[in-house]
Design a protein. Structure first.
Length: 275
């Protein structure tokens, strides 16, 4: 047993639908999003007691603990990220997937990538902190989730795109509160947005479909709506991250509107072990 490190990109979801199943590895979502070069670096070290930290602060992350239990590993898990937590960047999913990859290496568990993604995906679904981040983060790029669930059940495509991403965060939203409530309106909106992007798989189509979803699913907060309108008036393209009070743009629109956003790029390769 030894120390191991993994990097998992952040993930901004533009739109989604919810699919429930008694088996958490089969539950999940359809939808699409961007994976980000800003992500989470996870370090796993064998330890006498399990502990989890994010940016040097002790945290409780049920998904990470479930991954450790499933892989029968007692470890110290340390995550480092520039991303805001609870603001729509998939940090919980990244921590779970990074833990799975790093534990497999550090503890010599000898599992395949699909097995590890399935474990992390199921753990996050059980925790109620996400439905599609893990499978998207494992792939990288601009993944389209055509069917829900882990690798043994889902079907992924992608928009072939690269480039910069800007984001501006205004606060947190609870993923668990949204996905555990009445989701009929959300699911109808998500299906319409998915159809639009499947018909025209481009970044501009994705951004339009994302804005359409935020409106139709009635998830836009007043402060997020105001920022998006500012970007539109400046001739840019922006939408809301699901689920968080975060606005993201793929064409420099936040900067053009006078904001001081964080900047990164679309991640090209997805989750991976580090040397």
């Amino acid at each position: 047993m030894t120390e191991a490190d993994a990097f998992v990109p952040g993930h901004v979801t533009g739109f989604f639908t919810i699919h429930r199943d008694d088996d958490p590895t089969k539950a999940g979502s359809q939808g699409a999003g961007l994976t980000l070069s800003d992500g989470v670096t996870v370090t796993v070290r064998p330890a006498e007691e399990t502990s989890v930290r994010c940016n040097d602060v002790p945290v409780e992350m049920e998904a990470v603990e479930t991954v450790l239990d499933t892989l029968q590993a007692t470890a110290r898990v340390d995550g480092q990220t520039p991303l805001p937590i609870g603001s729509g960047f998939g940090v919980s999913g990244a921590m779970a997937l990074g833990t799975a990859l790093a534990v497999n290496d550090a503890f010599d568990r000898r599992l395949s990538e699909n097995e590890l993604v399935t474990i992390a995906h199921g753990a996050e679904v059980q925790a109620g902190t996400g439905l599609g981040d893990v499978v998207a983060q494992a792939r990288g790029g601009v993944p389209i989730r055509l069917e829900p669930g882990g690798p043994q059940d889902n079907l992924l495509d992608a928009i072939p795109a690269r480039g910069p991403v800007e984001y501006h965060t205004l606060g947190e939203l609870s993923t668990e509160d949204v996905i555990s409530g009445d989701t009929e309106l959300l699911d109808r909106a998500g299906k319409r947005s998915l159809s639009r992007v499947v018909e025209e798989p481009t970044l501009s189509s994705f951004m339009r479909a994302s804005r359409q979803f935020a409106r139709e699913a009635e998830l836009l907060t007043p402060e997020v709506r105001e920022v998006i309108l500012d970007v539109n008036e400046a001739g840019g393209d922006a939408s809301m991250a699901m689920l968080g009070k975060t606005v993201f743009s793929t064409d420099g629109g936040l900067s053009a509107a006078g904001y001081d956003p964080s900047t990164c790029r679309i991640d090209p390769t997805g989750a991976r072990l580090l040397e």
